[in-house]
Design a protein around this ligand. Structure first.
Ligand code: SF4
Length: 413
């Protein structure tokens, strides 16, 4: 698969051309090694000559290599890297920028894994540990229902005692009470843990969850696939191959999912590239990923809190490199909760075409020191997108347009 297969509109704009300005200026630029071209009204310009062959590949819709990804990560020319990512983003989606009206539900923070990256999970019976009774989870779902939510995003800890039936009842109970809401539930890590606890195969577990009402899976728990990193940041989780195999199985039975990457901790550029290449290879095979979501690491209240937070430069670079490398992924999301609304908004000009949703009550990253609001009104998301010069499109989880009137919500096809 390639970019061309996901173009949502024909690119009718002329291809970027090499600018031929004043010959004296040309000479000066040539001496400085500056490449200069324009796409529409935005000039492409760089003094990083390593980007030139990548630029040519991008224009020719050729797939970029792992070596190209390393060059992109290591280039300081964020505007040139962003220009290319934006070019691809506009080729695929024009100005369309997606958001949704969703609510997060975290049924429990009790977790056996004790990942060093995490400030959310708690051991059973320790201060702050909680597990929702089913009725409580249903009330939580209902409490954010004023804006006609189209998605519940449901993830939590790996609880050592909750039976598989609890999760099946949670899902079927939500489906019964909110039949029109898409249930995006359980990371690959949770699915693998539930399978182990229920002594079922991954496939059987996913099938039972789907029968109960799970409509798709979020992309969490991928972190960084490299073993060396995983041993340090999340040693007790499934490994990278198991994460990919669980995603593969989900896609094979028809469940779509997202994919994530946690960046900005102890990983190297090579680790990030390895992660992206593995996701791209699986997407080539299954086509089951909808969106890639780079997640900025928040160190506060974790055993890794000595690490610095990510910078705006890295956040934006990560969005751009993701868009350029994951040519078979339809969407790249700038998750405003992790990146801040300001950086997420700017990212809409650097490769991202989705800004996530209203969320309503985010817990996981706020336990790790996120200072963003725990939710955002629909109008505020629309304002962020419009101010970036983009066209806001409310979507459902499967990226079908959502039309609202005073009295109804309609999901298009
Ligand atoms: S990251 Fe997930 S699996 Fe790891 S400790 Fe936190 S809740 Fe548990």
């Amino acid at each position: 698969m390639s970019w061309a297969q996901f173009d949502t509109q024909q690119d009718k704009r002329p291809l970027p051309r090499i600018v031929r300005p004043d010959p004296n200026l040309c000479l000066l630029r040539a001496r400085c090694g500056i490449i200069n071209a324009v796409s529409g009204s935005h000039p492409f310009q760089t003094d990083d000559l390593r980007l030139q062959p990548i630029y040519e590949k991008v224009l020719a819709r050729e797939r970029l290599s792992a070596d190209d990804a390393l060059v992109l990560y290591r280039s300081g020319d964020i505007l040139a890297v962003g220009w290319m990512a934006n070019h691809v983003r506009e080729r695929m989606h024009g100005d369309k920028t997606y958001f949704n009206v969703n609510r997060h539900i975290n049924p429990t923070n009790v977790c056996v894994a004790a990942c060093r990256l995490c400030a959310f999970g708690r051991k059973k019976d320790t201060p702050g540990a909680y597990t929702m009774a089913l009725e409580e989870a249903f009330q939580t779902a209902a409490s954010g229902y004023t804006e006609a939510v189209t998605e519940f995003h449901i993830v939590g800890g790996l609880h050592p005692d909750l039976p598989f039936q609890y999760f099946l009842d949670l899902i079927s109970g939500l489906k019964e009470r909110f039949p029109q809401v898409h249930l995006k539930a359980f990371t690959m890590v949770e699915v693998a843990y539930l399978a182990k606890r229920a002594k079922l195969s991954i496939r059987e577990t996913l099938q039972q969850l789907e029968q109960a009402g799970v409509d798709s899976l979020p992309g969490g728990g991928a972190e960084i696939f490299a073993d060396r990193v995983r041993h340090i940041i999340c040693d007790h989780k499934i490994d990278g191959d198991q994460w990919l195999e669980t995603a593969r199985t989900a896609h094979q039975i028809g469940l779509k999912s997202n994919a994530t990457m946690l960046y900005g901790h102890i990983e190297t550029d090579e680790d990030r590239v390895d992660h992206l290449m593995k996701l791209r290879a699986l997407q080539d095979e299954t086509g089951g990923f909808q969106t890639f979501i780079p997640l900025a690491f928040h160190p506060d209240n974790t055993p890794l809190q000595h690490l610095p937070k990510t910078t705006g430069m890295l956040d934006i670079k990560q969005i751009s490199v993701s868009r350029l490398m994951l040519d078979s992924f339809p969407h790249i999301k700038a998750y405003w909760q992790m990146m801040t609304p300001k950086i997420a908004q700017i990212s809409l000009r650097f490769g991202a075409d989705d800004i996530d949703g209203t969320v309503i009550e985010e817990k996981i990253y706020h336990d790790a020191g996120a200072t963003t609001p725990q939710g955002m009104r629909r109008q505020e998301l629309v304002r962020l997108i419009r101010e970036a010069g983009r066209e806001p499109i409310e979507r459902d989880t499967l990226y079908r347009p959502v039309t609202r009137t005073e009295t109804s919500v309609t999901v298009g096809v």
